[in-house]
Design a protein around this ligand. Structure first.
Ligand code: ADP
Ligand code: MG
Length: 382
């Protein structure tokens, strides 16, 4: 399994003249300011614990870009610079369409900054805030994307530790990417960076225990809950720890029930009861999708199945009544014994027409039909 090598101790001092950097007067980060003679600041797009994120124009490549710039006070502390360097090294170990691409770490004009691909569609938090009208299908596309990104992170042995809607960004093409590796740790690393988003803190992290990939699974479960039920998980106290309050509607389809069980398992209080990593979660998402009923069958088993089954029974009953009546009529009046006597009155013109038709049928060899028409044509009609 590839690991980010020596990620806890980037040798900043050996490679960078920190003395002269610390002496420089930082350029004011206002719209129009140019950093490193390359990045023209356009606007602030995000504010986080470590720094501000700006939309900038890369004058060399002629492309928009995102720049995460350490706060000026933090840019003077080696620990924060090392932390940022570490963040870049971890992020660059992952290449996946659902993980934000981080390009480089730089320092210029009194600032330390990270350049990365620009997400123009806001964060998942924005989507969740005004996403009431989104279909289950659209919400599941997002859930699968986040899970795929997290699986790519877990696959290289990294624990993200801050899987929150604020750290899931939407690209211009609608794709979601996981970002912010500020708290990420390598599975083999023995250091842990303090911090996290309280609302998305798994029980073990809140209790001060070491987090692992199952902690990310818990955070993903929390996001999945918001995507599925459009509200945060709610908890009840239990003897074994907090228990998730049931959020599934009573008339949920079997597919939704499967997703609900997956969500509940991800949010298990005890990490041992959760899927071990995002690869397992992705497999269970796929399993639910494969077992999902399709077309009319899905509708029948769906949330309106009560009405559907009632409709089916009424239709079946009506069908039995109609078939029964038809059989009874056929027994009373078998074909061939046409109730000529009960025909409405026919006049001479009808008779002529019927005989002519009978002649034609006779000529075609359709004698039985011809005889029948002939009988009608020769009947008196009373
Ligand atoms: N590449 C990006 N494109 C667009 N916006 C971004 C990008 N990276 C971060 N942001 C915005 O900035 C916010 C803070 O960035 P983040 O990397 O999460 O920093 P912090 O570690 O301070 O939380 C994000 O929640 C998001 O709104
Ligand atoms: Mg963040």
């Amino acid at each position: 399994m590839p690991k980010t090598s020596n990620q806890d101790a980037p040798d900043i001092e050996r490679t960078v003249e920190l003395g002269s950097f610390f002496d420089a007067q930082p350029v004011e980060l206002v719209a129009g300011a140019v950093l490193a003679a390359r990045y023209q600041i356009e606007a602030t797009i995000g504010d986080g614990g470590s720094g501000q994120v700006f939309r900038a124009w890369d004058r060399v490549l002629g492309e928009p870009i995102a720049l995460k710039i350490l706060r000026p006070d933090r840019a003077r502390e080696k620990t924060w610079i090392k932390r940022l360097a570490r963040e870049v090294r971890v992020a660059r170990a992952i290449r996946h369409a659902n993980v934000c691409r981080v390009f480089d770490l730089g320092n210029a004009d009194g600032h330390w900054f990270v350049s990365m691909e620009l997400a123009t569609g806001g964060t998942l938090r924005d989507t969740l805030r005004d996403g009431g009208a989104r279909s289950l299908e659209e919400r599941l596309v997002d859930a699968r994307a986040i899970c795929a990104g997290l699986a790519a992170i877990h696959l290289v042995g990294i624990t993200h530790r801050d899987v929150t809607p604020q750290n899931v960004l939407r690209m211009a093409d609608g794709r979601l990417v996981l970002s912010d590796f500020g708290l990420a740790i390598d599975a083999g690393a023995d250091t842990t960076i303090e911090g996290g988003t309280p609302r998305y803190m798994p029980p073990e992290t809140a209790m001060g225990h070491r987090s692992d990939q199952r902690s990310d699974v818990w955070q993903f479960g929390s996001i999945l809950h918001e995507l599925l039920y459009q509200r945060r998980p709610e908890w009840e106290g239990g003897s074994q720890g907090l228990i998730l309050r049931q959020a599934m509607a009573p008339n949920a389809s079997s597919f939704e029930a499967r997703l609900g069980r997956l969500c509940r398992d991800c949010l298990a209080h005890n990490p041992a009861d959760r899927p071990a990593n995002a690869m397992e979660v992705a497999a269970r998402l796929a399993e639910a999708e494969i077992a999902r009923p399709r077309g009319a069958f899905a509708w029948l088993l769906g949330p309106r199945r009560g009405i559907a089954i009632l409709g089916l029974l009424v239709g079946l009953l009506a069908g039995i009544v109609v078939v029964d009546a038809t059989i009874r009529r056929r027994i009373a009046h078998p074909p061939g014994a046409a109730p000529i006597g009960h025909l409405p009155e026919i006049d001479d013109a009808d008779r002529r027409l019927l005989r002519a038709l009978a002649g034609t049928l006779d000529a075609q060899g359709r004698h039985a039909e011809a005889r029948r028409l002939d009988r009608i044509g020769t009947s008196t009609g009373d």
